[in-house]
Design a protein. Structure first.
Length: 220
């Protein structure tokens, strides 16, 4: 028994997937198409997609947010876990990436649950706040430009109801957050945010060593 999270060898990771992954065929097809994309590393891991589906069901989320859509895998995961009347406001700046996403959302029959907004995400979230939607969302998944994570976190926190959950991806930045001398500004932004969240008593907090690190913050 170890008191520390075990590093996953390739064999153990394969095993984890072989005994736990339940990936719908449409998601497998999207993941395979995205693997050919030059920025395929922007896609979350399949076990993360399953984790998001589980989480959305666990908290009974109906109104959800996503910051950073890329080719739509995580949005597809969340949308499939929503009830038929559920909604996902999905924020991205790229028509090119999200044109792939739309195709698969249609194939999966969940396109009508997804409200894609092509604009800088902080503007979309600010617009939702201006429309008086603070406190009305259940869940937010943040996986976009790392320098703005703190902004997305603050806006999401305002938009969430008490008990709502924010999930932040890539909080490990390939392990580079553990280097105190790192100079990469995107890594430093995550270091600052991780430290801020540690002390943030507006939320309950947990950081999971899942894929590239996922932090969950539940609004008090
Ligand atoms: Ca990511």
């Amino acid at each position: 028994m170890s008191t520390q999270s075990i590093g996953l060898s390739e064999a153990l990771h394969e095993y984890l997937l072989s005994v736990s992954l339940r990936e719908p065929a449409v998601m497998t097809r999207l993941r395979e198409e995205t693997a050919e994309h030059p920025k395929s590393n922007m896609q979350i891991a399949p076990e993360q997609g399953q984790f998001l589906r589980f989480l959305v069901r666990l908290i009974g989320a109906r109104r959800t947010l996503e910051v950073g859509v890329f080719t739509g895998y995580s949005a597809l995961a969340v949308a499939q876990a929503l009830p038929e009347t559920g909604t996902l406001v999905a924020c991205d700046v790229s028509e090119a990436y999200t044109s792939v996403a739309r195709r698969y959302w249609n194939d999966a029959g969940v396109a009508d649950r997804i409200d894609l907004r092509i604009a800088p995400a902080h503007e979309t979230l600010a617009a939702l706040l201006d429309e008086g939607q603070a406190g009305t969302f259940d869940f937010s998944f943040i996986d976009a430009d790392k320098e703005r994570y703190d902004t997305y976190y603050e806006q999401s926190l305002e938009l969430l109801r008490p008990g709502g959950v924010i999930a932040l991806d890539n909080v490990f930045r390939d392990g580079r957050v553990a280097d105190p001398d790192v100079e990469d500004e995107s890594v430093r932004a995550l270091q600052r945010l991780n430290e801020k969240l540690h002390e943030d008593d507006r939320v309950h907090l947990t950081m999971l060593p899942l894929a590239d690190g996922v932090t969950l913050a539940m609004k008090r």
